[in-house]
Design a protein around this ligand. Structure first.
Ligand SMILES: [Zn+2]
Length: 178
């Protein structure tokens, strides 16, 4: 159970995949969908949307909660240490579009390098709590997706640059200089 607070700092030690369990349709406003979840989550007393990054149906990536802060959940697991990836859609009801899977691979490769976490055993919500999340049709793709993201990370990785940076999040998302 995770109630309220949620603003504690964390060190990311793993990456976990979720879906929104809200079916998506082509042409919808992806940011508006995410803002809807954000409002709903803030109504729970949480400081922000529960997840750290969103992957829209188009494959576009959206900065959500600052990854330096622990996420939140309606289910019974401790989100501390997890970088929570929200793939927006209902993947018990629909298949994730290829473009969205490509976006997921990109952000996983990025996160693997950014947080120095392996993706060979990519976690999903159902691994740790009683839920069907991230939906069967995404869940069964995850071994391949994790492997593809690992290959991408190993072959030079991914640079993600904010296209609309906010002051406090730009630093969190800037690739670490090496
Ligand atoms: Zn979930």
């Amino acid at each position: 159970m995770s109630v309220g607070v949620g603003a504690e700092q964390q060190q990311v030690t793993g990456v976990m995949v979720h879906h929104s369990a809200v079916a998506s349709n082509e042409g919808e406003d992806e940011a508006e969908r995410l803002q809807g979840y954000q409002r709903y989550h803030q109504e729970q007393g949480w400081p922000d949307i529960a997840y750290h990054v969103g992957v829209g149906r188009s494959g576009r990536l959206y900065e959500l909660r600052d990854p330096a802060l622990v996420g939140d959940t309606f289910t019974e697991y401790d989100p501390a240490g997890w970088f929570l990836v929200l793939v927006d859609g209902h993947f018990d009801e629909q298949a994730p579009p290829d473009a969205q899977l490509d976006g997921l691979v990109e952000v996983l490769a990025w996160a693997s390098a950014r947080f120095a976490v392996p993706l060979d055993d990519l976690a999903s919500h159902r691994d740790v709590a009683a839920t069907t999340c991230p939906g069967e049709r995404l869940f069964r793709r995850l071994p391949d997706i994790g492997a593809e993201a690992s290959r991408l990370a190993a072959s030079g990785g991914v640079q993600l640059e904010p296209t609309c940076p906010s002051d406090d999040l730009a630093d969190a998302w800037r690739p670490e200089e090496t």
